[in-house]
Design a protein around this ligand. Structure first.
Ligand SMILES: Cc1cc2nc3c(=O)[nH]c(=O)nc-3n(C[C@H](O)[C@H](O)[C@H](O)COP(=O)(O)OP(=O)(O)OC[C@H]3O[C@@H](n4cnc5c(N)ncnc54)[C@H](O)[C@@H]3O)c2cc1C
Length: 490
């Protein structure tokens, strides 16, 4: 497809076309573009959910996806040893009720995550074997502090700050965080500054860095977001509710595939949306190679900052644009090491590893219940991605394997397969997981975050007020947007 042709149809021409054909009825006989009730943009879980819901209500829907495959951040892949991996999200949580119900509806089988063993907390090169700790508010990473051989005073001081963080989170409003107690002050304070003011020890710095860079769904360096934003992420997606409780035998990516199969020809791939024009009659969408489709409403189910790649006519409100510019896609790579068998289980471990490793953030067991093949999931996160991405593939592989060996021993050095999914290098995602927001953004610009734009409604996991950044949030946002769009249909 010749992308340069997208710019040939100026927004003025688009609007002229929109006015000429009229939208308050069926297309005229001279109209070459097609007409549906709602156009949904982005075939991740959220867009797929919105499309399904609207179709269930009997509406005509077209789902436009930029890439040559559906799923967005929900993609599975077959690997050696007859295994399945997810390149994006893979876990479902204890209170991810909608996601659980969807997997039932689609006939997909779940199994519990494997936590029957010890973990390792690696600190300054020393491996501490630890019990996993159910009480997240008192854990160091996911380890029991009693098993970590560091001075009690240092651990207690770090846990005191940790408690303070969760106490703040308990006061944060899910849908209007800027109205929370001390919102202005919290939003003007980057997490790193808050820690420095409290003379946080290296252990406390690590704990906060770990939660900021991906211990939840959020990914940012502690200097990139405010205490208000961090506390909000914990309020809306509480790690105490075990977000990694179950997995799917076929991988989470199978959910997207089954939904797309259900939707059939209403999903168009290789169809990046370039322009959305609207007037009182409806919307006109320009996509792909200058194709157009008209509708009464549009649902945009792409991550916040990527919405700005679309030209809107009339333009988006300036405050909304400012907020989107302060909501970047963060840096996250997923690493999956596949072994013939889950050798760590035989040694009494569950592959939960964390600490101050050289490149990886944390590791987890991602195998089927049989442990065959053995799969360890891990991540390179935050600004580490910036320097790491400049190394050769060979060097990246060596450093990843070094970290895996320091946690799980020499057997970790020889995987059957080592898959690295570089989310920052996907032009239609530009990063993952999600939920980064600059200091001050919530209080200065945040009040417009749920505002629809005329006949354009927003979906995507980042739009949700419960489990944003997770599949659960993607489903919720998809359902809400479908409900909103339905209200403007005649
Ligand atoms: C490494 C990683 C691990 C994760 N782990 C978990 C987990 O274990 N559990 C969990 O619940 N969640 C997890 N997540 C998060 C989860 O994957 C996301 O919350 C969810 O998939 C987001 O779905 P979405 O539909 O909102 O957005 P996306 O999946 O990002 O979908 C957006 C779609 O829009 C398309 N698009 C963008 N621009 C345009 C355009 N102009 N025109 C047309 N299409 C466009 C994109 O190509 C994409 O397909 C993880 C994510 C990552 C990256």
């Amino acid at each position: 497809m010749d992308l340069s042709r997208r710019s040939l149809l100026s927004s003025g021409e688009v609007l002229a076309d929109l006015t000429a054909v009229g939208l308050n009825g069926r297309p005229s006989s001279t109209d070459s573009s097609s007409f549906v009730d709602v156009v949904v943009i982005g075939a991740g879980l959220s867009g797929l959910t919105a499309t399904r819901e609207l179709k269930r209500q009997g509406h005509r829907v077209r789902l436009l996806e930029a890439k040559d495959h559906i799923g967005g951040r929900m993609v599975n892949q077959r690997v050696a040893g007859n295994g399945v991996i997810d390149l994006g999200g893979q876990w479902g949580g204890k209170t991810h009720h909608r996601f659980r119900a969807l997997t039932d509806e689609l006939g997909l089988k779940r199994y519990p995550s494997y936590y029957d063993g010890k973990g390792i907390f690696l600190w300054n090169g020393k491996a501490h074997t630890t019990e996993l700790f159910a009480n997240f508010n008192r854990a160091i990473g996911f380890s029991n502090p009693d098993d970590i051989d560091l001075p009690i005073s240092e651990k207690e001081a770090a846990l005191k700050l940790w408690k303070e963080l969760f106490d703040i989170a308990s006061t944060i409003s899910a849908d209007q965080p800027w109205t929370s107690p001390n919102a202005e002050e919290l939003d003007a304070t980057p997490v790193s500054q808050w820690l420095a003011e409290r003379r946080a020890s290296p252990l406390a710095q690590w704990m906060f860095g770990w939660i900021c860079r991906g211990g939840g769904a959020q990914v940012f360096e502690p200097y990139e977001a405010s205490m208000l934003h961090l506390a909000w992420t914990l309020a809306v997606a509480p790690p105490q509710e075990t977000p990694e409780e179950w997995l799917l035998f076929d991988g989470a990516g199978e959910v997207a595939k089954r939904l797309a199969a259900e939707l059939g020809p209403d999903v168009l791939l290789n169809s990046p949306v370039a322009t959305i024009a609207q007037n009182e009659d409806g919307v006109l969408i320009v996509y792909g190679d200058c194709q157009t489709v008209r509708a009464q409403a549009a649902v945009v189910a792409v991550p916040p900052v990527l919405r700005l790649n679309i030209q809107f006519d009339p333009p988006l409100p300036a405050r909304f644009v400012q907020l989107m510019q302060r909501t970047p896609m963060p840096s996250k790579w997923k690493v999956l090491a596949v072994y013939p068998t889950a050798f760590w289980r035989q040694q009494g471990f569950c592959a939960a590893g964390s600490g101050n490793l050289s490149v990886l953030e944390q590791t987890a067991d991602a195998c089927p219940p049989s442990g065959q093949p053995g799969i360890i999931a891990s991540f390179v996160s935050g600004n580490r991605v910036g320097t790491f991405s400049q190394l050769s593939d060979q060097r990246q592989r060596e450093l990843i394997l070094q970290d895996l060996v320091s946690l799980w021993g020499p057997q970790a050095a020889k995987p059957l397969e080592l898959v690295i999914k570089r989310w920052t290098e996907d032009p239609w995602q530009t990063g993952g997981y999600g939920l980064t927001r600059s200091p001050g953004a919530w209080t200065a610009f945040g009040s417009c975050w749920q505002d629809a734009f005329g006949k354009v409604f927003w979906a995507g996991t980042e739009q949700s007020t419960r489990w944003p950044g997770y599949y659960e949030g993607a489903i919720e946002a998809g359902l809400v947007s479908a409900r909103q769009a339905t209200k403007v249909l005649t």
